[in-house]
Design a protein around this ligand. Structure first.
Ligand code: COA
Ligand code: MG
Length: 303
């Protein structure tokens, strides 16, 4: 499948679906992607009323270019199917993506895909709504390759380190980096999930960083996931948005250099050469794969 919509996910802002105030604020922040939450940010007694609030927000707020997503409860709960049905019935025309939580395996993706297909038919929706899922249980991490390949509708995998810590039994001290564990506690999981995503040409996104009063630590987490090939990170507070947008965007200098390199390579090819010199280094078709990624992203962002 190649015709998935291209969406920016440099930052995905989590917004409690029970808070009209925060949803209103989120719509005006100019963030790439907002998800209105029905899961952990919403207390059990608020889950059903929050659906109505989310429907109102989707139908009445102007989100501009921001992608509009709803995060649903997981498939072991009594809420999940009704979350999909009610949100699509109430605001299907104004919804871009549904995000699944606590996925356990490819069957969960198939279930959501089939239910969404039924709803799209029933509602006669013209556009297909995307799907993405958190990878936050050890079962999902173990089968992440199958999950990533489970549906053409799937657009992204997100590493959810909070629930994942509980699932694997990672000590909470390690999450803050205070235990003295040598290296990055999430290196393996981020690598594994990102490879699965890239194989299937979908996005890999890094989950939340709770301490929103520590922008430098947040920036470092963004940088680590960006270097591994992830395209963005969650924000749980508006102050984290600009940092994620910045770290997950190529700089103007990088874009300028990439475009010049591309032009130099194209000129070499037109002269029948496979490799050329660019500012003292060799460039070839392999260099162009990296350059093309930068140029494509720059075009999407508008740099
Ligand atoms: N989305 C939109 N607006 C948000 C926001 C969010 N996630 N978090 C905070 N804001 C707003 C506040 O309403 C406030 O708006 P105002 O200036 O118009 O009054 C402003 O940003 C500053 O917020 P602040 O006072 O610093 O924080 P707070 O005490 O209001 O909120 C949290 C702190 C942690 C409760 C809040 O950020 C939050 O609920 N985050 C999301 C939690 C979540 O989604 N968890 C599940 C996924 S991990
Ligand atoms: Mg979770």
């Amino acid at each position: 499948m190649t015709n998935r919509p291209k969406r920016l996910r440099r930052c995905q802002l989590s917004v409690p679906g029970s808070s009209e105030k925060m949803m209103t604020k989120a719509a005006g922040l100019g963030v790439d992607f907002v998800f209105l939450d029905l899961e952990d940010a919403v207390a059990p007694q608020e889950k059903r009323p929050a659906r109505k609030k989310i429907i109102d927000a989707l139908n009445n707020l102007d989100f501009g270019k921001t992608t509009r997503c709803v995060r649903i409860n997981d498939l072991t709960t009594e809420y999940a199917a009704e979350d999909i049905i009610e949100i699509m019935e109430g605001a299907g025309e104004n919804l871009d993506v549904i995000m699944l939580t606590k996925c356990l395996g490819p069957d969960d993706i198939t279930f959501c895909d089939k239910l969404m297909t039924q709803m799209e038919k029933k509602l006669n929706l013209k556009k297909k709504i995307g799907l993405e899922t958190l990878i936050e249980e050890v079962e999902a991490m173990q089968r992440v390759d199958e999950i990533a390949a489970a549906s053409d509708r799937l657009e992204a995998l997100i590493f959810g380190m909070g629930d994942y810590s509980a699932s694997q039994g990672v000590s909470t001290k390690d999450i803050g980096g205070e235990s003295g564990y040598p290296g990055d506690i999430w290196h393996y999981q981020r690598q594994k999930m990102t490879i699965a995503a890239r194989v299937n040409k979908i996005d890999a996104v890094d989950g939340p960083f709770a301490n929103f009063s520590n922008p430098e630590a947040f920036r470092e987490e963004c940088r680590r996931s960006m270097i591994l090939g992830m395209v963005g990170k969650w924000a749980i507070h508006p102050s984290q948005v600009a940092i994620a947008h910045e770290v997950f965007s190529p700089t103007e200098d990088e874009v300028d250099r990439a475009r010049r390199m591309k032009a130099a390579f194209e000129e070499a090819v037109s002269k029948g050469l496979g490799a050329a010199q660019f500012e003292g280094s060799m460039i070839d078709i392999a260099s162009m794969r990296i350059v093309d990624r930068i140029v494509t992203r720059a075009d999407m962002i508008g740099i």
